[in-house]
Design a protein around this ligand. Structure first.
Ligand SMILES: *Cc1c(COP(=O)(O)O)cnc(C)c1O
Length: 372
Protein backbone atom coordinates (compact mmCIF):
# COMPACT_ATOMS: atom_id res chain seq x y z
CA UNK A 1 0.00 0.00 0.00
CA UNK A 2 1.06 3.53 -0.72
CA UNK A 3 2.18 5.42 2.38
CA UNK A 4 0.62 8.76 3.17
CA UNK A 5 1.47 11.86 5.15
CA UNK A 6 -0.99 13.04 7.78
CA UNK A 7 -1.73 16.27 5.90
CA UNK A 8 -2.74 14.29 2.80
CA UNK A 9 -5.68 12.67 4.54
CA UNK A 10 -9.05 13.91 5.77
CA UNK A 11 -10.52 11.43 8.21
CA UNK A 12 -14.33 11.40 8.36
CA UNK A 13 -14.42 8.37 10.64
CA UNK A 14 -17.40 7.80 12.96
CA UNK A 15 -15.06 6.57 15.69
CA UNK A 16 -12.37 6.13 16.78
CA UNK A 17 -12.27 9.48 15.08
CA UNK A 18 -9.92 12.28 14.13
CA UNK A 19 -8.11 14.06 16.95
CA UNK A 20 -6.85 17.64 16.74
CA UNK A 21 -3.29 17.72 15.42
CA UNK A 22 -2.16 19.93 18.32
CA UNK A 23 -3.31 17.27 20.77
CA UNK A 24 -1.29 14.59 18.98
CA UNK A 25 1.81 16.80 18.86
CA UNK A 26 1.60 17.37 22.62
CA UNK A 27 1.03 13.66 23.22
CA UNK A 28 4.08 12.90 21.11
CA UNK A 29 6.17 15.16 23.34
CA UNK A 30 4.90 13.53 26.52
CA UNK A 31 5.19 10.01 25.22
CA UNK A 32 8.71 9.30 26.40
CA UNK A 33 9.14 11.95 29.09
CA UNK A 34 6.09 13.50 30.68
CA UNK A 35 6.63 17.03 31.96
CA UNK A 36 10.22 16.38 33.02
CA UNK A 37 9.35 13.38 35.17
CA UNK A 38 11.67 11.13 33.18
CA UNK A 39 8.86 8.65 32.50
CA UNK A 40 6.17 8.34 29.88
CA UNK A 41 2.71 9.59 30.70
CA UNK A 42 1.75 5.93 30.20
CA UNK A 43 4.18 4.91 32.91
CA UNK A 44 2.84 7.20 35.64
CA UNK A 45 1.23 5.52 38.61
CA UNK A 46 -2.48 6.27 38.76
CA UNK A 47 -1.89 7.14 42.44
CA UNK A 48 0.91 9.63 41.68
CA UNK A 49 0.66 13.40 42.13
CA UNK A 50 1.40 13.86 38.45
CA UNK A 51 -1.50 11.70 37.34
CA UNK A 52 -3.76 13.25 39.94
CA UNK A 53 -3.08 16.62 38.33
CA UNK A 54 -4.03 15.22 34.91
CA UNK A 55 -7.27 13.76 36.28
CA UNK A 56 -8.23 16.90 38.19
CA UNK A 57 -7.50 19.18 35.25
CA UNK A 58 -9.55 17.00 32.89
CA UNK A 59 -12.50 17.09 35.27
CA UNK A 60 -12.25 20.83 35.87
CA UNK A 61 -11.98 21.63 32.16
CA UNK A 62 -15.02 19.49 31.42
CA UNK A 63 -16.89 21.22 34.24
CA UNK A 64 -16.01 24.60 32.72
CA UNK A 65 -16.93 23.57 29.20
CA UNK A 66 -20.34 22.17 30.13
CA UNK A 67 -20.96 24.39 33.14
CA UNK A 68 -21.56 21.31 35.31
CA UNK A 69 -23.23 22.25 38.64
CA UNK A 70 -21.55 21.26 41.92
CA UNK A 71 -24.23 18.70 42.79
CA UNK A 72 -23.04 16.55 39.88
CA UNK A 73 -20.14 14.07 40.07
CA UNK A 74 -17.87 13.30 37.13
CA UNK A 75 -16.43 9.80 36.60
CA UNK A 76 -13.86 8.48 34.13
CA UNK A 77 -14.59 4.78 33.64
CA UNK A 78 -13.80 1.84 31.36
CA UNK A 79 -16.15 -0.42 29.45
CA UNK A 80 -17.17 2.08 26.77
CA UNK A 81 -20.65 3.34 26.05
CA UNK A 82 -21.71 -0.30 26.03
CA UNK A 83 -20.53 -0.73 29.61
CA UNK A 84 -22.80 2.13 30.61
CA UNK A 85 -25.80 0.40 29.01
CA UNK A 86 -25.44 -2.13 31.87
CA UNK A 87 -24.20 0.31 34.52
CA UNK A 88 -27.15 2.67 34.09
CA UNK A 89 -29.63 -0.16 34.62
CA UNK A 90 -27.76 -1.67 37.62
CA UNK A 91 -27.40 1.66 39.36
CA UNK A 92 -30.77 3.24 38.64
CA UNK A 93 -33.38 0.54 38.02
CA UNK A 94 -33.98 0.43 41.79
CA UNK A 95 -34.86 4.10 42.16
CA UNK A 96 -38.58 3.28 42.20
CA UNK A 97 -40.51 0.22 43.20
CA UNK A 98 -41.50 -1.83 40.19
CA UNK A 99 -38.04 -1.53 38.62
CA UNK A 100 -39.27 -0.11 35.36
CA UNK A 101 -37.38 2.15 33.00
CA UNK A 102 -38.63 4.06 29.97
CA UNK A 103 -36.52 3.80 26.82
CA UNK A 104 -36.72 5.94 23.70
CA UNK A 105 -35.37 3.78 20.89
CA UNK A 106 -34.34 5.91 17.92
CA UNK A 107 -31.50 3.86 16.46
CA UNK A 108 -29.23 0.90 17.04
CA UNK A 109 -27.47 2.27 20.14
CA UNK A 110 -30.57 2.99 22.16
CA UNK A 111 -31.97 -0.36 20.97
CA UNK A 112 -28.91 -2.09 22.42
CA UNK A 113 -29.18 -0.13 25.66
CA UNK A 114 -32.83 -1.12 26.09
CA UNK A 115 -32.06 -4.76 25.38
CA UNK A 116 -29.33 -4.73 28.01
CA UNK A 117 -31.59 -3.07 30.58
CA UNK A 118 -34.12 -5.89 30.12
CA UNK A 119 -31.64 -8.08 32.03
CA UNK A 120 -32.08 -5.94 35.12
CA UNK A 121 -35.68 -4.82 35.19
CA UNK A 122 -38.76 -4.00 33.17
CA UNK A 123 -38.23 -1.93 30.05
CA UNK A 124 -41.06 0.17 28.74
CA UNK A 125 -40.67 1.25 25.11
CA UNK A 126 -41.75 4.89 24.83
CA UNK A 127 -42.03 5.00 21.04
CA UNK A 128 -43.98 2.74 18.70
CA UNK A 129 -41.65 -0.07 17.61
CA UNK A 130 -39.94 0.43 14.27
CA UNK A 131 -36.72 -0.71 12.73
CA UNK A 132 -36.42 2.14 10.29
CA UNK A 133 -34.92 4.70 12.65
CA UNK A 134 -35.43 7.75 10.49
CA UNK A 135 -37.55 9.97 12.74
CA UNK A 136 -38.60 10.77 16.31
CA UNK A 137 -42.38 10.33 16.57
CA UNK A 138 -44.43 13.24 17.84
CA UNK A 139 -45.07 13.65 21.59
CA UNK A 140 -48.66 12.53 21.12
CA UNK A 141 -47.34 9.03 20.32
CA UNK A 142 -45.12 8.73 23.41
CA UNK A 143 -45.97 6.15 26.01
CA UNK A 144 -44.23 7.25 29.23
CA UNK A 145 -44.93 5.13 32.31
CA UNK A 146 -46.02 6.89 35.51
CA UNK A 147 -43.69 4.93 37.82
CA UNK A 148 -40.47 4.81 35.80
CA UNK A 149 -37.18 4.81 37.71
CA UNK A 150 -35.64 6.77 34.85
CA UNK A 151 -36.17 7.76 31.23
CA UNK A 152 -33.40 6.88 28.78
CA UNK A 153 -32.54 8.24 25.35
CA UNK A 154 -29.60 8.52 22.96
CA UNK A 155 -29.08 12.18 21.99
CA UNK A 156 -27.42 11.29 18.71
CA UNK A 157 -27.65 7.95 16.96
CA UNK A 158 -24.24 7.59 15.36
CA UNK A 159 -25.22 4.91 12.84
CA UNK A 160 -28.67 6.10 11.78
CA UNK A 161 -28.02 9.84 12.01
CA UNK A 162 -31.02 10.69 14.21
CA UNK A 163 -30.37 13.52 16.68
CA UNK A 164 -32.75 15.01 19.23
CA UNK A 165 -33.17 18.76 18.74
CA UNK A 166 -34.88 19.06 22.13
CA UNK A 167 -34.61 17.56 25.62
CA UNK A 168 -37.59 15.30 26.39
CA UNK A 169 -39.74 16.53 29.28
CA UNK A 170 -40.05 13.65 31.77
CA UNK A 171 -42.10 15.45 34.44
CA UNK A 172 -39.45 15.02 37.09
CA UNK A 173 -38.36 11.45 36.33
CA UNK A 174 -34.53 11.31 36.14
CA UNK A 175 -33.35 11.59 32.56
CA UNK A 176 -30.43 9.44 31.36
CA UNK A 177 -28.68 10.33 28.13
CA UNK A 178 -26.09 8.71 25.89
CA UNK A 179 -24.17 11.63 24.34
CA UNK A 180 -21.28 9.54 22.99
CA UNK A 181 -21.28 11.10 19.55
CA UNK A 182 -22.42 14.68 20.16
CA UNK A 183 -21.22 15.76 23.60
CA UNK A 184 -19.47 19.14 23.43
CA UNK A 185 -20.96 19.97 20.04
CA UNK A 186 -23.65 22.25 21.51
CA UNK A 187 -24.71 23.99 24.70
CA UNK A 188 -27.29 22.37 26.95
CA UNK A 189 -28.45 22.61 30.56
CA UNK A 190 -26.90 19.79 32.62
CA UNK A 191 -29.53 20.42 35.33
CA UNK A 192 -32.13 18.73 33.12
CA UNK A 193 -30.33 15.38 33.43
CA UNK A 194 -29.85 12.66 36.02
CA UNK A 195 -27.02 10.89 34.20
CA UNK A 196 -25.09 11.76 31.05
CA UNK A 197 -22.44 9.46 29.62
CA UNK A 198 -20.14 9.52 26.60
CA UNK A 199 -17.45 7.23 25.25
CA UNK A 200 -14.32 9.18 24.41
CA UNK A 201 -13.47 7.86 20.95
CA UNK A 202 -16.04 9.81 18.96
CA UNK A 203 -15.67 13.44 19.91
CA UNK A 204 -13.54 13.81 23.04
CA UNK A 205 -10.51 11.57 22.84
CA UNK A 206 -9.19 8.13 22.05
CA UNK A 207 -10.85 4.83 22.90
CA UNK A 208 -10.64 3.54 26.45
CA UNK A 209 -12.45 6.01 28.66
CA UNK A 210 -16.10 6.81 29.22
CA UNK A 211 -17.15 10.02 30.96
CA UNK A 212 -20.15 9.73 33.29
CA UNK A 213 -21.83 12.79 34.82
CA UNK A 214 -24.24 11.90 37.66
CA UNK A 215 -26.53 13.94 39.85
CA UNK A 216 -25.55 13.27 43.47
CA UNK A 217 -28.94 12.25 44.80
CA UNK A 218 -29.12 9.33 42.33
CA UNK A 219 -26.01 7.68 43.70
CA UNK A 220 -26.22 4.77 46.12
CA UNK A 221 -29.35 2.85 45.16
CA UNK A 222 -27.65 0.28 42.96
CA UNK A 223 -28.83 -3.32 42.89
CA UNK A 224 -26.93 -5.52 45.31
CA UNK A 225 -25.37 -7.57 42.50
CA UNK A 226 -24.01 -4.55 40.63
CA UNK A 227 -20.45 -5.30 39.45
CA UNK A 228 -18.12 -3.21 41.62
CA UNK A 229 -16.31 -1.51 38.73
CA UNK A 230 -19.67 -0.24 37.46
CA UNK A 231 -20.99 0.86 40.83
CA UNK A 232 -21.34 4.66 40.73
CA UNK A 233 -21.19 4.89 44.53
CA UNK A 234 -17.92 2.97 44.74
CA UNK A 235 -16.35 4.86 41.84
CA UNK A 236 -17.47 8.25 43.18
CA UNK A 237 -16.15 7.33 46.63
CA UNK A 238 -12.78 6.54 45.07
CA UNK A 239 -12.63 9.46 42.61
CA UNK A 240 -12.66 7.01 39.63
CA UNK A 241 -9.64 5.25 41.14
CA UNK A 242 -11.27 2.16 42.66
CA UNK A 243 -9.34 0.18 40.07
CA UNK A 244 -6.73 1.35 37.57
CA UNK A 245 -8.49 3.82 35.28
CA UNK A 246 -7.57 4.18 31.58
CA UNK A 247 -4.82 6.65 32.39
CA UNK A 248 -3.61 7.33 28.86
CA UNK A 249 -7.12 7.84 27.52
CA UNK A 250 -7.88 10.26 30.37
CA UNK A 251 -4.69 12.16 29.58
CA UNK A 252 -5.66 12.47 25.89
CA UNK A 253 -9.16 13.53 26.86
CA UNK A 254 -7.69 16.24 29.09
CA UNK A 255 -5.71 17.56 26.12
CA UNK A 256 -8.84 17.55 23.95
CA UNK A 257 -10.83 19.47 26.60
CA UNK A 258 -8.07 22.06 26.82
CA UNK A 259 -7.97 22.32 23.03
CA UNK A 260 -11.73 22.95 22.99
CA UNK A 261 -11.40 25.64 25.64
CA UNK A 262 -8.62 27.33 23.70
CA UNK A 263 -10.73 27.22 20.56
CA UNK A 264 -13.74 29.10 21.82
CA UNK A 265 -15.42 26.47 23.99
CA UNK A 266 -18.74 24.83 23.31
CA UNK A 267 -20.16 27.93 21.69
CA UNK A 268 -17.54 27.86 18.95
CA UNK A 269 -17.91 24.06 18.59
CA UNK A 270 -21.64 24.56 18.10
CA UNK A 271 -21.14 27.22 15.44
CA UNK A 272 -18.69 24.99 13.62
CA UNK A 273 -20.92 21.98 13.88
CA UNK A 274 -23.82 23.89 12.39
CA UNK A 275 -21.76 25.41 9.62
CA UNK A 276 -20.30 22.04 8.59
CA UNK A 277 -23.51 20.04 8.69
CA UNK A 278 -25.51 22.79 6.94
CA UNK A 279 -22.96 22.71 4.13
CA UNK A 280 -23.48 18.97 3.52
CA UNK A 281 -27.27 18.92 4.01
CA UNK A 282 -27.64 21.85 1.64
CA UNK A 283 -26.03 19.85 -1.15
CA UNK A 284 -28.13 16.81 -0.30
CA UNK A 285 -31.34 18.86 -0.26
CA UNK A 286 -30.58 20.65 -3.52
CA UNK A 287 -29.54 17.53 -5.42
CA UNK A 288 -33.07 16.74 -6.71
CA UNK A 289 -32.96 13.29 -5.18
CA UNK A 290 -29.46 12.35 -6.28
CA UNK A 291 -28.17 12.31 -2.69
CA UNK A 292 -30.89 10.91 -0.43
CA UNK A 293 -30.82 11.32 3.33
CA UNK A 294 -33.61 9.15 4.77
CA UNK A 295 -33.77 11.00 8.08
CA UNK A 296 -36.64 13.36 8.87
CA UNK A 297 -35.48 17.00 8.58
CA UNK A 298 -36.57 17.69 12.16
CA UNK A 299 -34.03 15.28 13.65
CA UNK A 300 -31.07 15.17 11.31
CA UNK A 301 -27.74 14.68 13.04
CA UNK A 302 -25.10 17.38 12.84
CA UNK A 303 -22.29 14.93 13.55
CA UNK A 304 -23.22 11.85 11.50
CA UNK A 305 -24.84 12.33 8.11
CA UNK A 306 -25.97 9.18 6.31
CA UNK A 307 -27.07 9.28 2.68
CA UNK A 308 -27.56 7.09 -0.37
CA UNK A 309 -26.63 8.02 -3.92
CA UNK A 310 -28.75 7.81 -7.03
CA UNK A 311 -31.81 5.75 -7.77
CA UNK A 312 -32.24 2.45 -5.95
CA UNK A 313 -30.80 0.11 -8.61
CA UNK A 314 -27.75 2.14 -9.53
CA UNK A 315 -27.03 2.90 -5.89
CA UNK A 316 -24.27 0.42 -5.16
CA UNK A 317 -22.23 1.28 -8.23
CA UNK A 318 -22.34 5.03 -7.67
CA UNK A 319 -21.66 4.71 -3.96
CA UNK A 320 -18.60 2.60 -4.56
CA UNK A 321 -17.39 5.11 -7.11
CA UNK A 322 -18.00 7.94 -4.64
CA UNK A 323 -16.03 6.22 -1.88
CA UNK A 324 -13.16 5.25 -4.20
CA UNK A 325 -12.86 8.69 -5.79
CA UNK A 326 -13.05 10.40 -2.41
CA UNK A 327 -10.29 8.13 -1.12
CA UNK A 328 -8.13 9.07 -4.10
CA UNK A 329 -8.47 12.66 -2.93
CA UNK A 330 -7.50 11.67 0.59
CA UNK A 331 -11.00 11.64 2.08
CA UNK A 332 -11.42 8.42 4.02
CA UNK A 333 -13.89 6.54 6.23
CA UNK A 334 -16.96 7.67 4.29
CA UNK A 335 -18.56 4.25 3.96
CA UNK A 336 -21.88 3.93 5.76
CA UNK A 337 -22.35 1.44 8.58
CA UNK A 338 -22.85 -2.10 7.27
CA UNK A 339 -26.40 -2.13 8.66
CA UNK A 340 -27.43 1.03 6.79
CA UNK A 341 -25.22 1.04 3.68
CA UNK A 342 -24.47 4.06 1.53
CA UNK A 343 -22.34 6.92 2.74
CA UNK A 344 -21.88 8.38 6.21
CA UNK A 345 -20.08 11.65 6.83
CA UNK A 346 -18.98 12.12 10.43
CA UNK A 347 -18.25 15.71 11.39
CA UNK A 348 -16.93 15.79 14.93
CA UNK A 349 -15.22 18.85 16.43
CA UNK A 350 -11.74 17.96 15.14
CA UNK A 351 -12.92 17.98 11.50
CA UNK A 352 -12.50 21.53 10.26
CA UNK A 353 -14.82 23.72 8.20
CA UNK A 354 -12.18 23.79 5.50
CA UNK A 355 -11.99 19.99 5.36
CA UNK A 356 -15.76 19.81 5.15
CA UNK A 357 -15.66 22.37 2.35
CA UNK A 358 -13.30 20.13 0.43
CA UNK A 359 -15.79 17.26 0.73
CA UNK A 360 -18.65 19.58 -0.24
CA UNK A 361 -16.82 20.57 -3.42
CA UNK A 362 -16.20 16.94 -4.24
CA UNK A 363 -19.90 16.18 -3.74
CA UNK A 364 -20.89 19.05 -6.06
CA UNK A 365 -18.50 17.77 -8.75
CA UNK A 366 -19.73 14.22 -8.35
CA UNK A 367 -23.32 15.39 -8.64
CA UNK A 368 -22.60 17.42 -11.77
CA UNK A 369 -20.81 14.47 -13.40
CA UNK A 370 -23.34 11.76 -12.62
CA UNK A 371 -26.76 13.31 -12.49
CA UNK A 372 -28.81 12.43 -15.52
C1 LIG B 1 -20.11 4.16 19.71
C2 LIG B 1 -21.31 4.36 20.53
C3 LIG B 1 -21.60 3.54 21.63
C4 LIG B 1 -20.77 2.35 22.00
O1 LIG B 1 -19.54 2.69 22.47
P1 LIG B 1 -18.43 1.59 22.80
O2 LIG B 1 -17.34 2.42 23.35
O3 LIG B 1 -18.10 0.90 21.52
O4 LIG B 1 -19.02 0.67 23.80
C5 LIG B 1 -22.73 3.83 22.37
N1 LIG B 1 -23.53 4.86 22.05
C6 LIG B 1 -23.29 5.65 21.00
C7 LIG B 1 -24.22 6.78 20.70
C8 LIG B 1 -22.17 5.44 20.21
O5 LIG B 1 -21.93 6.24 19.16
Amino acid sequence: METKERHEVINFSPGPAKLPCQVLMQAQKDLTNYNGTGVSVMELSHRSQDFNKILTAAENDLRDLLDIPSNYKVLFLQGGGTGQFSAVACNLMNLREGQTADYFVTGCWSAKAAKEAEKFGKVNYVLPKSNKYTSIPDKSEWNLSPDASYVYYCDNETVHGVEFQFIPDTKGVPLVCDMSSNILTRKFDVNKFGVIFAGAQKNIGCAGCTVVIIREDLIGQQMSNTPTVFCYKTQVGNNSLYNTPPTYSIYIMGLVFRWKKEHGGVEAMEDNSKQKSDMIYKIVNNSSGFFVCPVDKKCRSRTNIPFRIGSQDGCDVLEKKFIDEAAEKGMIQLKGHRSVGGIRVSLYNAVTVKETQYLAEFMEDFLAKHRN
